[in-house]
Design a protein around this ligand. Structure first.
Ligand code: NAP
Ligand code: GLV
Length: 311
């Protein structure tokens, strides 16, 4: 079994070592572009994050691309042979991190921590009137591996929680909305909007003025999916006009977020560097190695991406 590793911005050695331990006898190496005039070494499977088109063009015998993340938008931009499967990470330690991040952000808004942080330098002992939980409903866009975990975690704090997805969901204590026809009702019911959609042609720019302006007055946005879901200027306008009260943004159209971008200094925006749910190496190696063994055993594997649907 031959596996090639091609992950941008990731140190290869610990991953290669992990796979050698998990799959004894495997021939695994880090991809380097083959010099012109030389025959490339061809693999059966690849472990990837955002590989270049030249990698796909060179590796002509691949059966599976194992993505070391949940989102596959960077892969679907490439020109891929139709026979090549894409397999995403299913959770692998990401959903609990996402639940921590989103619950922290929601609770920070609900309990108005920013005001206490502002009071401390002034040595001001000043209570805020408790907000009504029943009026602090959270809407989660996307109810897949991550969105459903986040919705269930928020529900534990007794916030009203709604989810929006393509197909109906049954999550205890959570109301399910589906499809474009139910999006307006979902948005109108939302005080805090959490985005956990995949980036596809259907979802790009979904967080635009037309949709965000349907949120309840004083709404908050928590975007932990992809930067291209948000129309940046529309968000800034709605914050400046006072219709929205704040945004916590982990992902951006261009990453790292350019130094001159208005988000950095906006008083109602919290910026974090695409860190809400990190890929954990040990969990990911174990999951991918398990899937590779299942492929050879002819068994079903979770996380096969539907390339037409886009996730
Ligand atoms: P997933 O399991 O594929 O779930 C996607 C959800 O979105 C599903 O519920 C799906 O509906 C829904 N959906 C997709 N297209 C839709 C549409 N057009 N209309 C309505 N609903 C739609 O994905 P996941 O594992 O939860 O991950 C979600 C995204 O999070 C990833 O794609 C990635 O971009 C992002 N992410 C970010 C980080 C970070 O650190 N910031 C880390 C990991 C992932 P159905 O259930 O009906 O199919
Ligand atoms: C991270 O953004 C991922 O898609 O896993």
């Amino acid at each position: 079994m031959k596996i090639v590793f091609c992950c941008t911005n990731t140190k290869a050695d610990p991953w290669l070592e992990g796979f050698r331990q998990a799959l004894p006898g495997v021939d695994i190496w880090e991809w380097q572009a083959t010099p012109a005039g030389h025959a490339p070494k061809l693999a059966d499977h690849a472990v990837v994050w955002s590989p270049p088109q030249s990698f796909i063009d060179e590796q002509t015998q691949l059966q599976n691309l194992f993505n070391i993340g949940a989102g596959v938008d960077a892969l679907l931009k490439l020109n891929l042979p139709s026979s090549l499967n894409i397999v995403r990470l299913n959770d692998a330690g990401m959903s609990v991190q996402m639940a921590e991040y989103v619950c922290h952000a929601v609770i920070r808004y609900f309990r108005e921590f920013k005001h206490y942080e502002n009071d401390q330098p002034e040595q001001r002992w000043s209570y805020r009137k408790p907000a009504l939980r029943s009026e602090f409903s959270v809407g989660v866009l996307g109810a897949g591996v991550l969105g459903s975990k986040v919705a269930q975690a928020l529900q534990q704090f007794e916030f009203p929680v709604n989810v929006w997805s393509r197909s109906p969901k049954q999550l205890a204590g959570v109301q399910s909305f589906t499809g474009p026809e139910q999006l307006p009702a979902f948005l109108k019911a939302t005080k805090v909007l959490v985005n956990l959609l995949p980036l596809t042609p259907d979802t790009e720019n979904i967080l635009n003025h037309a949709n965000l302006s349907q949120l309840q007055a004083g709404a908050f946005l928590i975007n932990v999916a992809r930067g291209k879901h948000v129309v940046d200027q529309d968000l800034i306008d709605l914050l400046d006009q006072g219709h929205m009260a704040g945004a916590t943004l982990d992902v951006f159209r261009v990453e790292p977020l350019p130094q001159d971008h208005a988000f950095w200094k906006h008083p109602q925006i919290v910026v974090t560097p695409h860190t809400s749910a990190r890929t954990l190496r040990e969990e990911s190696v174990a999951q991918i190695a398990g899937k590779i063994k299942a492929v050879y055993a002819g068994e079903f594997i979770e996380g096969r991406v539907d390339k037409v649907r886009g996730y």
